[in-house]
Design a protein around this ligand. Sequence first.
Ligand code: COA
Ligand code: AMP
Length: 630
Amino acid sequence: MGDGAYQQVFDEARTDPEGFWGKAAEALAWFRKPETVLDRSAAPFYRWFPDGSLNTCYEALDRHVDDGHGDQLALVHDSAMQGEGHQVLRKTYRELRDEVAHFAGALAKLGVTKGDRVIVYMPMVPEAVVAMLACARLGAVHSVVFGGFAAHELATRIDDAAPKLVVAASCGLEPNRVVAYKPLLDQALAEATHQVEHCVVLQRPQAEATLVEGRDVLWEDALAGAEPHDCVPVASTDPLYILYTSGTTGQPKGVVRDHGGHAVALRWSMKNVYGAEPGDVYWAASDVGWVVGHSYIVYGPLLHRCTTVMYEGKPVGTPDAGAFWRVLQDHRVNVFFTAPTAFRAIKRVDPEGAMVKDYDTSSLRTLFLAGERCDPDTLSWSGRILGVPVVDHWWQTETGWPIAANLVGLEPMPVKPGSATVPVPGWDMQVLDDEGTRQPHDVIGNLVAKLPLPPGALLSLWNADARFVETYLTRFEGYYATSDAGYIDGDGYVHVMARTDDVINVAGHRLSTGALEEVIAAHPDVAECAVIGVHDETKGQLPWGLLVLNQGCTRGDAVVKEAIAEVRAQVGPVAAFKHAVVVEKLPKTRSGKILRGTLRKIADGMPYKMPATIEDETVLHDVERVIRAL
Ligand code: COA
Ligand code: AMP
């Protein structure tokens, strides 16, 4: 397997994390260089580079301008939703730095200071990147909320993060419809207990937002009279952002990322995992509302002085299945990252990949896929039509960067379809059974990472240290539980098979079945319900609701429709909740708990054991027949 570079680096990071990451940290322009690499004193709350001081925005922008690269392109925004066919906007490092400094000045004028939280509720517009970096510049903590979430989800995040200010756009653009964000924001603020001082609103021509006097400020008015703001030095351990992700309940978890560890890890990953060089063009076709967008649309490429491409559009229908190939060609993309679901969507429309021949994609070196399990078919199809190596790599919102990958910048390895290849240096992965016993090769179990986690991984959950410990660190002492099941084979390759909790993956988006169940269960005619992820050819999984109605209720079809509408209204369209069936009963234990784990295994087509505590086996068999027929 290659020249052994991977194994050597992996061992170094495992046996001497302080030495390894201390060396990696030298790539940054610290304001104050850290003397301590890893503070283990408050374990399991490990802290990287605790006495270091820096500013992530300085690292991502100013530093490159100061080094003489001000004229290099930093950001290319390509919108397939605007203009004649599409619209492109380009910003050099100098231009982006100046805009960010100016907007940071505007935020400061509105009262934002170091440590304040700012919610960013924006679609894929360049101003979203400007807002994120402006927060980082001030040492304020941004929390980007994905535009596909509805008002209630936004309200939950507002109450948890308690932001001083919200930066929003008037609308997002989806195929065939304009999504007005401002009414959703107003509704969320009406629902939330916490109130913000101001909302900065970016008007887009497709939908004009109505402003609330005294509270709302137009983007350009906020800028008027504001002075450019310098980078505020922050501690390496200060929070850079909070990103909410689905847990097992409707209460989302606010993943907290630091400045220093994050910058060190992402910068290291750009070269070693992605094989990217400064000056390369890097495109992550994701959304700034997701972790991939944070790490590889915004921070990673800019920290490494690449040109990042930000794409507003879809892989199909905007206007056709050649959309991705056009972007690769037009911007001479070198490294491309998206989710397998996007390729499945293209393949469904253009099964032979014929459209790729209309474009020159020769600049592309490697395609990276993540966000869900990559089926071998999609892996080979995408490699064949693009003619480049395809890397399936595994990560989570919590980890912030890949846990397992084929590290093409360090030592490319043979590909095994169905495997995300090997643990990334820093990630000491093991497989444990439910009792915590280490499993031999090829035996499926809980995938866990030995503590301490490498830099870049979550520090904690916002305002919820106890929940952090309980969710991730209690089940297997000394390990971070990924909530993914899988195995490691004899060559050390990691195979990620399924989630072990109530999280499902719909079109690369992570959803909590618990959150959907909470909405459905509130329907007056629903006695109880379970939501399961059912295999879908394009989106990987789709949520299906199993509804038990109150006795005597004969409005089955109407209840199904109402439940679907309510999920869309409360969670958002991104839940893609369009299917539900009425069942007589749900399988339960004798103590009355719904056997969700067993239902999940049936839906995933995984083998399951009849639970010893089951109340009535025939109920499970009946529901199994329903699920198999979906
Ligand atoms: N704002 C408002 N609504 C949004 C939205 C946003 N930012 N993003 C999605 N939605 C809506 C969509 O319009 C759709 O609404 P509909 O029910 O009225 O059709 C719904 O949410 C579901 O969206 P999505 O899951 O994106 O499905 P889709 O059919 O529009 O597109 C794919 C399917 C596969 C093409 C698309 O999901 C995709 O490109 N996925 C890649 C995912 C990704 O990049 N993940 C992270 C990378 S790791
Ligand atoms: P998110 O937090 O939205 O990034 O979702 C993380 C989850 O997506 C993981 O816990 C996995 O279940 C799944 N996932 C991400 N990448 C992969 C991959 N390459 N292979 C298998 N599952 C993946």
